[in-house]
Each structure stands twice: as C-alpha cells, then as structure tokens.
Write a protein that binds this ligand. Structure first.
Ligand code: PMP
Length: 459
C-alpha cells in the first residue's frame, strides 16, 4: 500500500464525538459540522491548524480547503495576525464597549478597500450584518419587500433564511417560486415580506420588477453564488439588476460575506465592476476572528446617526477584532496577494479537471481561484436548480470521501466550495493534485456503478 492509500484513523474523533454529544446537541457546535451535512462517518475533530494544514485528534494531517468555511484567507495561525491580536489583548484588553481608536482605523481601511462602503459599522457575524442591511434598506425606502434568490445563503435569521436550499419539490414553479422557510420556528407571515426568484435569469428579474418594483425595499444577492458551488453571474446580469433597482427606487445589497476580501482586494464588486448600495462583509475580513461589517451609501448609513434606525451590539468593533481587521488587511494588501491566491486556485481547479479527464470523467469548474467548485459535468450550473440537478447525478460524495482518506479536506456537498488561502503554496497544490490522482479511479468506479447523488451511496 502506498502512503496515498493509507486509511486514516478515526477512533479518537469517534470517542470525542460520542462524549460531546452528551452535552452538546448533536455532538457539534453548528449544523454544518454534523454527519447530516456529509461529515461521514464522524466529524473531523481538529487538534490544530498551521498554514494550509490541519491535524486532527487522530494524528491525520490534511491539506485544508474548507478553510473555516471561508474566513482563513491567510491560512491557520498566520504569524502577523496572531502577534497583532495577542499584542492588543496583552496591552489593552479584549473589549470595552466604549469608543477607541482602532475602530475608526479599521473602518478607514475597509472603506479604502471597498469604496462603495462610504460609511460602515462593524458587527460579529454575517447573519447579523445582513439583518441590519435589510433593516437599513427598509428604513430608507419606507418599503417592506425584499427580493432574494434561490440557492443564496444570507444567514439564519427569520427575516431571510427562506429558499436558501429548498428541495426542488418544495421550491415550486421556476417562474413563480414558493418562499420556503429554512427551518421550523420561522413565522409563516414573514413570507409576505419576501419575493423569491431564480438567479441569473434576466427575463424573470425584469418580470419581478415590473410586477413589484414599487414595493421592493431591497434586492439582495451574493454577487458570485458561493453557496451553490461558486456560480458566476451571466454577463450583464448584475448590471441589469443594478439598473432595475435604481429605476424602481430599491436598494441593491451585495452579500459579500464569502466573496469580500477573498475573490479580490475590493471584493466581487470590484472584480465584476458593479456597485451596490449596501455591502455586507464578514469571513475574510477578520481572517479567522469573529467580525463582520455592513456599510454603503452615505445617505443610507447616515440614518443611523440620530438613532431612529437602530444599530447596536455589546461586542461590536472590540479592540480584539479591530486589531484582526487591521492586521489581516495589511497582509492581504501586500502587492500580488490576490493574483497569487487566484492563480494557485486556478492551477488546482484546472489540475482537478485534467485528473478527472485522465480517468474518463467529464469535469469542469465554476467560480474563481480563491473560491471554486469542481463539477462532474460538461458545463457548470447557472443557478441553484441546475446545481441540485447536477448534484443528483454527481459522484461528489465519493470524491470527498476518497480525498479525505488521502489527506485532503474539502466540504462534503457538491454545492460546497474549494476555498484556498495565501498559505497554500505551489507545493501544496501539487501535492493535492497527486492525492487527487490517487483518488480519482474510485470516483470513476462510483460513476460506473451508479453510486451518484447527494448521498452517493458511500458508506
Ligand atoms: N452570507 C453568506 C454569503 C454566507 O456565506 C454566510 C455564511 N456562510 C452568511 C451570510 C452568514 O454568515 P455567518 O455564518 O457569519 O452568520
């Protein structure tokens, strides 16, 4: 047996999972980490991370492409960040819930990076800052309805966690989708405040604005659809969305929680050349520390100043997270950071497609180097419904499991992502491809045997 075929050990992870389950619901801290989300047979219990590598409690070492679901843009434990944050902790404190100099400094840095955020505030999570963006848009326009798209995830709040990942049966007709709550416990009445549409379809978008234009407070979109496998907007689609929003007096909100400071130093809005009214950042903003931001047009954000539009939070812009933002932006702001990040990601994505082809499998990828997905198909999907359809015929679960066995950690679902970081070197990419070459024959076997679909029949 070669080193690449060595089976990984899981006994310590199994023991910890069992113990955790006695007090922690389901044995995990978030539903996305549970076996139900594909982490089979047990979730990976991490011992430590370093650069692009993770070591689990069983001593297995992985090249990590889950990257904390996106925040770890500099990899695990980046020296500059850890030094900056621990310096602030030792010398100043973790939290004052009072004004301090690092807040304005961090805000100015973010504003220089993302100039459409003329004024901004910090918060603690993507969910929270999306919720604020919706409130600000409603306050500014005096309207209530929010237009959102299938397959986009904007956090778990009651207000917007609808039709993120519905079953196709529940989703209703494509030209008139049903608003599907993403959880029990969400009041049904909220459906009246939402309009749901498929993404990447200009005609349907125009129809929605024709029918409801004067009721829409905001249209919210991920500018690159990270939460359905890194789907790119069709040429002209976001531009048309911008025009329709402006013409109808609705605000355009870009949820750049995943894409912001990841796909480009100025976010997807700079990469794609479309400017929203409001932007939400999180994840890469703090490179692993819990910080998010919401900001945008001065005339909208200024409403917060007199308190009528409420924004608050004990933990907002603590010295701890401001130090993280400042240090993370200094690192990602170095010349060539994003070019290198995207180039190495593309090298991996192209290499995976070639690896699949060498085993007789049709494959392609979607997204950009810093955030992409491999599809076992001739062309990537255009929207969530197509992504689900492709996933139903995909050997992705086998691909995930075989990579994991060989020390490459990716998100289990086909509608997940490969997330790269500044810590992934050319050697890491080469090593990943070597491991993928060892894994791919089993994927081809799964396809030949019909072991495909969201659960893929593995294990
Ligand atoms: N928006 C997008 C686009 C996201 O990807 C996520 C998280 N995956 C969220 C919002 C929610 O962010 P958080 O988990 O920080 O609440």
């Amino acid at each position: 047996m070669s080193e690449l075929e060595t089976k990984r050990h899981t006994s310590a992870s199994e023991r910890l999972f069992e113990q955790a389950g006695q007090s922690l619901v389901g044995g995990v801290g978030s539903g996305t980490r549970s076996p139900r989300s594909g982490w089979l047979p047990v979730p990976v219990f991490v011992a430590e991370g370093s650069g692009a590598r993770l070591t689990d409690v069983d001593g297995n070492v992985y090249i990590d492409y889950a990257m904390g679901l996106g925040p770890l843009i500099l990899g695990h434990r980046p020296r500059a960040l850890i030094d900056a944050v621990s310096g602030v902790l030792h010398e100043r404190g973790s939290l004052f819930a009072l004004a301090h100099d690092l807040e304005g400094e961090a805000a100015a840095i973010v504003r220089r990076r993302v100039p459409s955020m003329e004024l901004l505030r910090f918060g603690n999570s993507g969910t929270e800052c999306v919720q604020y963006a919706l409130r600000f848009a409603r306050a500014f326009t005096g309207r209530e309805k929010i237009l959102r798209f299938e397959g986009h995830y904007h956090g778990w709040s009651d207000a917007i966690h609808w039709s993120a990942h519905p079953t196709l049966e529940a989703a209703g007709p494509r030209d008139h989708p049903t608003a599907v709550p993403g959880s029990t416990g969400i009041p049904a009445a909220i459906a009246d405040t939402l309009i749901v549409a498929p993404w990447n379809d200009v005609e349907l978008l125009e129809q929605v604005f024709e029918r409801h234009g004067d009721e829409i407070a905001a249209v919210i979109t991920e500018p690159i659809l990270g939460n359905a496998g890194g789907i790119m907007p069709q040429s002209g689609y976001l531009e048309r969305m911008r025009e329709l929003a402006t013409a109808s007096g609705a605000l355009l909100i870009f949820d750049e929680v995943l894409t912001g400071l990841r796909v480009d130093g100025g976010g997807a809005q700079r990469l794609l050349g479309v400017t929203p009214d409001l932007t939400v950042l999180a994840k890469a903003l703090g490179a692993g520390f819990p910080v998010a931001a919401v900001g945008g047009r001065r005339d909208v954000m200024e409403m917060l100043a007199d308190g009528r539009t409420m924004h608050g939070g004990t933990y907002n812009s603590s010295p701890l997270v401001c130090a993280a933002v400042i240090a993370a932006c200094a690192e990602t702001g170095k010349p060539g950071f994003y070019d290198g990040l995207n180039a190495r990601g593309e090298q991996l994505a192209n290499g995976l497609v070639e690896t699949a082809a060498a085993c007789g499998l049709e494959a392609c990828w979607s997204g950009v180097g810093a955030l992409f997905q491999l599809w076992f198909a001739g062309a990537p999907p255009h929207d969530y419904r197509e992504a689900v359809e492709l996933a139903s015929r995909s050997p992705f679960p086998t691909f995930y499991a075989e990579l994991l066995e060989r020390g490459v950690l990716i998100q289990p679902p086909q509608i997940g992502l490969f997330l790269t970081s500044g810590a992934h070197s050319d050697e890491d990419i080469e090593e990943t491809l070597e491991r993928a070459r060892a894994a791919m024959p089993a994927v081809a076997e799964a396809v030949a045997a019909g072991r495909v679909g969201p659960t893929g029949g593995v294990r």
